[in-house]
Design a protein around this ligand. Sequence first.
Ligand code: FE2
Length: 445
Amino acid sequence: MPLSDDLSGMPTSLPAEVIGDWNAVILGVLSHAASTGPALNRVLTAAPDFALGQAIRGLSCLLLARSEMVAVAREAHGAALAAAPGTRREAAFVQALGDWLDGHPSQAAARMQGVLDRHPRDALAMKLIHAIHFIMGRPVAMRKSVEAVLPVWDDHPARGYLLGCHAFTLEETGEYAAAERSGRDGIDLCPDDAWGLHAVAHVHDMTGRARDGLDWLVGREPSWQHCNNFRFHVWWHRALMHLDLGEHDAVLALYDADIRADKTDDYRDIANAASLLSRLELEGVQVGDRWEELAVLAEHRATDGCLAFADLHYMLALCGGSRDAAAARLIQRMQATHSVGNEAAAVIAHPGLHVAKGILAFANGEYSNAWAHLRAGRVDLQSVGGSHAQRDVFDRITIEAALRGGYVDAAEGLLRDRMHRRAGVADGYAQARLMQIGTLRHQAV
Ligand SMILES: [Fe+2]
């Protein structure tokens, strides 16, 4: 039976008639397309013994950070091991899935980095390494991985997606002008590169250019309409821009119509929503009963124990929805997770637990206690993963705890540090807090 190369030129153990669907999977992973799952199902229906396809199914399950999906990932791993060995490259993806199932996502990323070192045009390896480094909060490693392959992607059909990934890594490492150029170049090549488009939105966020950010996003909706739930995250970025401009009605309208268009319980969707409601409340905006549905979902998901980043946003939702008992149970679960002994559990134990306790104390009006916990967690906050923009909600709560606790100098120090990371720019949020600090000092004289 004739076998085929994929769009990256990687030899596969797939018959020729399935390669179109497999390429659709690869393009779907790169573009965060909603069509990725159905395409993978078609591949595995036609070729159930395709070990790499089973490995991708398993790795996709683990990226969801849902406890019930671990069993599905384990089943996919079993199917992959039982399948024909395939190529050495394909076997490495299966081993990477096994690494992560054993609690070592770093090893999974390293395993796939080995694939990328041997096959630098492998788009699938490139994107999955990027995804794992992202959730582990390792932007330098993420950037290094992308930059190592850039020179050999000049004529790669997926070059635009690589430029989008490069844009994101540049942005997360503070190279804002280069990030914007790379993201714009990427979307010129691949107009459905929602990740690259959103990397440019990150640049606008980090450089305090909310109006420019709106100009960038408005009218480019076709670039993310094809996406899975990642589309909610792009809408979230647009809402952040309105928030910084003080356009709170626009934020709430986007929240209702787009960010929570579907009341999903994916941790990333709950994170978008809880983070935005928290920020609105810090600005004194009444958010009505919007916490309620989030709190119901978070109470259910808070037993997962898969990812500190998810836990912290569940805590925001539980506090927003006044779920005191569930919040206490989440703290207990996070304390117990410490004994599990895998990479995710270590981050949940620290800094996750400090930040979770800080959020809860803040919600209870115990500002000095909140400040103590948040300050302790802040040192290693990067390790909870996500982006600067996502973790900024914890920075804002920490600054607010310091202000309300009477630690004005500390609050100003945090603001200055935040500005330093943001190209020295005071965005709308920082300007308002610096004015508030000036007023507090004036009153104290
Ligand atoms: Fe983002």
